[in-house]
Write a protein that binds this ligand. Structure first.
Ligand code: ZN
Length: 146
């Protein structure tokens, strides 16, 4: 049987359906499996890798993702986010001597962050981002009063 790669739009629809049904999914493998099942209802030959499901979900703001990481202890070279492939930005802190020191790196589009040693993702938790619109405003208000 030959496989077909669904377009990003088709994949995004399957992803939102899965998230609406499950709310929170505690593993990338499970998330991808649910999405693959959904895709096969549309077309038996559709397939999508775990990584593509994750990236499309994050890039389309369909999920909030929580990442657990393992510190490898290796020095970081600035590059791309291992979670969503966006650019990593340096987090700096000024020193009392007028210079600055790099504290770590953070992703420009997802919550991934690390110190000056490289961290690799070991576990993902995906949450439906759609009902969040209201929650996000609430959270902001809470933070302001704290
Ligand atoms: Zn990222």
């Amino acid at each position: 049987m030959s496989y077909r790669v669904p377009t990003a739009e088709v994949l995004a629809v399957a992803i939102s359906d899965v998230l609406r049904e499950h709310g929170t999914i505690g593993s990338q493998r499970l998330f991808a499996r649910f999405v693959q099942e959904k895709l096969r209802c549309l077309d038996k030959s559709y397939t999508a890798t775990e990584e593509r499901v994750r990236r499309i979900a994050i890039q389309n703001n369909l999920v909030t993702v929580e990442v657990e990481t393992r510190d490898t202890g290796e020095k970081v070279k600035v590059g791309r986010c291992p979670v969503c492939d966006s650019r990593l930005r340096r987090v700096r802190n000024s020193t009392i001597y007028g210079g600055s020191v790099i504290l770590g790196y953070r992703c420009t589009s997802c919550p991934y962050r690390m110190g000056t040693t490289k961290k690799v993702p070991t576990k993902y938790i995906f949450r439906d981002a759609l009902p969040k619109v209201r929650c996000r405003a609430e959270r902001k208000t809470t933070q302001r009063t704290l």
